[in-house]
Design a protein around this ligand. Structure first.
Ligand code: SF4
Length: 299
């Protein structure tokens, strides 16, 4: 790990990763051992790695898998669900599975086609649905906190995109912890300071079987492009990604960013249908999407 000027053997690496994670959990006040954590698991290395680490650290962590109905020629959803269930069974862990197609009559790609969102890619509908469902399940099942497996590469790419467009409101909402609000569960990212390759290494040495393939719709996405750019920077300047992210967090905390003002202007109120907060004048975006889909007669 050039950025830390550190090299570890397998045994010590498997100790180092959970130790660091626990340090970040405490540093950012993510949760305590008394709280119930819901981990959003996709079958990928980051979310399965996170679940494994939290359980090893002794936290009360259950899993949530969302079946998106994505095939893409590689049976992506089936394979990711199979690996998630395998992990849960092998470690005797509680896993909630929500099949979007069963809940809302359509898979994510079909919902996307029916609502004409996202210019032919289902990512906009997928992101909206995942956020809504994760929050709904965490709230309905009484979890204190929702944990996702976002790593440093994910966070730096989002930060890079938001900085390029100076998206003040998004910048202010980015961080290791998004506090609970009316109708919103607390969201945390305990892996936000780990490089993607560090999580890959953790899963490999720990023997966690995860889905290697990316979602077929990820190809050509802006976030992958930003990750490639940041990787080029990292090659010549080891630690650049970590510094970029950590300096941002420091600036945000000290109030140096212009974005503080933007947040005050965002007025949220509960959606009259699902109760989750929205800035839309009536129904939230998710409920509007489902209302539109339900108005189409079943073929
Ligand atoms: Fe959903 Fe796949 Fe797009 Fe990710 S890449 S938002 S999983 S459709």
């Amino acid at each position: 790990m050039r950025q830390h000027k550190l090299a570890l053997c397998k045994e010590h690496y498997l100790e180092w990763v959970p130790e660091q994670t626990d340090r970040f959990i405490k540093k950012y006040n993510m949760f305590t051992r008394d709280e119930k954590i819901l981990v959003a698991v996709s079958g990928g290395k980051d979310s399965l790695g996170l679940w494994d680490i939290l359980v090893r650290l002794g936290y009360q962590a259950d899993g949530l898998y969302l079946g998106l109905g994505i095939d893409g020629g590689i049976d992506y959803s089936h394979e990711s669900q199979r690996l998630t269930e395998k992990f849960a069974n092998e470690h005797n862990l509680k896993l909630h599975i929500v099949d979007i197609e069963k809940e809302y009559r359509q898979s994510i790609p079909v919902l996307s086609q029916m609502t004409h969102r996202g210019h032919g890619k289902p990512c906009a509908v997928c992101g909206l649905t995942k956020r809504h469902e994760m929050n709904r399940i965490a709230r309905d099942l009484g979890y204190d906190v929702l944990a996702t497996g976002h790593n440093l590469d994910d966070e730096a790419a989002v930060l890079f995109g938001n900085t390029l467009s100076w998206s003040g409101e998004y910048l202010l909402r980015q961080g290791p912890v998004l506090p609970a609000g009316d109708g919103l569960a607390r969201k945390v990212k305990p892996l936000c300071r780990f490089y993607e390759r560090e999580m890959t290494a953790y899963c490999l040495v720990r023997g966690i079987e995860y889905i290697y393939e990316e979602c077929p719709f990820a190809e050509g996405s802006q976030s992958i492009y930003y990750k490639e750019l940041l990787n080029q920077l990292e090659t010549t300047r080891p630690g650049a990604k970590l510094t970029f992210y950590l300096r941002f967090l420091e600036a945000r905390k000290s109030g140096e960013l212009f974005v503080e003002k933007d947040m005050e202007q965002a007025h949220l109120h509960p959606c009259p249908n699902c109760g989750q907060p929205t800035s839309a004048p009536d129904l939230c975006s998710f409920c509007r999407m489902i209302e539109k889909v339900n108005s189409v007669p079943a073929s």
